[in-house]
Design a protein around this ligand. Structure first.
Ligand code: APR
Length: 267
């Protein structure tokens, strides 16, 4: 049931119907995008960047070439995004997803986000397809892929840009997937396998623009899963979603969990 005008059911009825589908799920995959972190105060990737960074196109900064051409600019942009994240806390949407794992037999979160908020909310099985902005690594993975570097242990002049790898002396970079780079293959393979096996996929807060993550809901659908989307806007997923819950995830997901909890008071 979608939320097309006409005879579409009201949102509360859609939430109740979606909760009923989730109740019966044996293998739930939750695919999330930047939208689920919006209510934690983190701008979505395609939100207009404010202030100093407004003149830069994120897709022009989040590339290995941009980093090689101007390591300080790209490093400083990620440092800026890390400061935005520093005080961010999981919101009720993250918490609701974490609660599902105690109400349903199998719940795996596949996220495109790099903010670490699903882990902080208590989700135990999280596949991070695009890396984690809180981590850094050697640009050349000189000790093997990935060569994580704890920059807290390094001393360097931040005005000079990124620190040097303590192993090889070359650049340290954020441990995030840049445009044009491959996703971590093991993570992507597991996300695909789970999408094929899922009987329900809950898609939260993604525009469905960036592949290969954006292709996972179609994979789930093709393999017989029911697709439930939570998004205040329409996305590239909406047209084939079985349920489009039209609203912010921090408001909608707790209502879904409340319905499930009412049936599992001991959970
Ligand atoms: N609750 C749920 N969804 C929301 C909310 C909210 N409160 N606020 C906004 N959204 C939706 C928007 O309507 C939009 O569809 O979240 C989506 C965010 O879309 P994008 O900004 O494109 O973010 P995302 O889909 O995660 O981008 C995918 O692209 O740029 C790369 O690596 C980057 O991981 C990112 C990937």
């Amino acid at each position: 049931m979608n939320d097309e005008p006409g005879d579409s059911p009201a949102l509360p009825e859609l939430i109740a119907a979606a909760a009923g589908v989730l109740r019966d799920s044996q293998c739930l995959v939750v695919l999330t995008g930047a939208g689920i972190s919006k209510e934690s105060g983190i701008p979505t990737f395609r939100d207009a960047l404010d202030g100093l960074w407004a003149r830069y196109d994120p897709q022009m900064l989040a590339t290995a070439l941009a980093f090689m051409q101007d390591p300080k600019l790209v490093w400083d942009w990620y440092q800026y995004r890390r400061t935005l994240l520093a005080g961010a806390q999981p919101n009720p949407g993250h918490t609701a997803i974490a609660a599902l794992q105690d109400l349903l037999p199998q719940v795996v979160v596949v996220t495109q986000n790099i903010d670490g908020l699903h882990h902080l909310a208590g989700s135990r099985d999280v596949i991070t397809l695009h890396g984690d902005i809180r981590r850094s690594k050697c640009f050349y993975n000189c000790q093997g892929d990935p060569t994580y570097i704890d920059v807290e242990q390094l001393e360097w002049d931040p005005e000079a840009g990124p620190p040097s790898c303590p192993h090889c002396g070359r650049w340290v970079r954020p441990d995030v997937v840049w445009f044009g780079e491959m996703l971590p293959q093991a993570a992507l393979a597991r996300a695909r396998e789970l999408s094929e096996a899922a009987d329900v996929m809950l898609v939260v807060g993604t525009s469905g623009v960036v592949q290969p993550a954006a292709g996972l809901p179609a994979v789930a659908k093709q393999h017989g899963a029911a697709v439930i989307e939570v998004n205040p806007e329409h996305s590239l997923i909406t047209s084939f979603a079985d349920y489009h819950l039209h609203g912010p995830s921090g408001v909608i997901l707790p209502q879904v969990v409340d319905i499930l909890r009412a049936e599992h008071p001991d959970a």
